[in-house]
Ligand binder design. Sequence first.
Ligand code: SF4
Ligand code: SF4
Length: 319
Amino acid sequence: MSMKEKVIKVPFDSFFGAFITLACNFKCSYCVQKISLPRQDVARYPLRPGKDWVRALNSIPNRRKRKNFFIAKKKKLAIIGGEPTLHPDFVYILNNLDKDWRITVTSNFTGPFFEGDAEGLRKIKKRRHLRFNGSYHFLENVSIEKFIENVIKTKKAGIKIHSIFIVGHPGHIEEVNRYKERLRKVHPNVKVQRFYGYYQGRLYPLPPEDYDIVYEQQDGIRNYKDYPEGFSQESRQSMYCLMNKVLFAPNGDVYKCHYRLYTGHKEKMGNLFNQDVLVCDKDYFLCHDYGFCNPCDAEGHPFKRLDGTAFNIAESIKK
Ligand code: SF4
Ligand code: SF4
């Protein structure tokens, strides 16, 4: 059965993220799902079958943009979670999303999907525009040997791995550096990510001069003066926000930012499965939750105060 087009009125370069499940086999204390909502639980969403995801996502038009006469850019799609391999139709989704998607899966490379002979991995069809990023969470008691074994299984299944990340937890930097060196022996692109959230009463990330940690993956946070006001989860205020994101919750609800998705906020753009036209504000919109923003939403997003003063967390401002 053919499906009506799903028109999502956003610029081509908007970030599209499909959170096909928020479930995870780990409970990392620094998980971005939790750090922006210490006083409430993460929203619970029912899962949707893979065929619904595939039909809806493949029916979004205009996913190619001509770069020049020969080359067309394809729309990027991040498949994320939680741990996306826990979705029962994970392989079906990857194998049936059409070629106009350029897909990046982010996984912790651990759990039932990677166990034994990892049959699921071998069932994933090889395609040019599919890659995995991995994250190693040694604080969850997963041994480095086991993680490396799963990285090798993934590569042997013919799946391209782009980056492997380790969160640079300020209390475990020696281990982080040790594991980084170890992982670089099996994969060239291993990056230490900045730690987000609170550690010993301080909100991270801190300005670089307060660290002795080398971070290969820089997020967009450079304005350390304004960062705590928006991201410390202490008090709310009204702010104009400009977002270029389209985030699909596990039930298809569409949100503009991680805070709203993780809390199941009433302010949503609609639902991917129930609506044919979703319109995203291209301009600033008013939000009353500034103060509870998630660090994943700090990068490059402009804000504007009610008096009209604009600022950006990604731009460096002296303390
Ligand atoms: S593996 Fe990732 S999604 Fe799962 S708890 Fe840890 S940080 Fe969160
Ligand atoms: S101000 Fe913060 S909480 Fe509100 S929409 Fe923007 S990023 Fe989300």
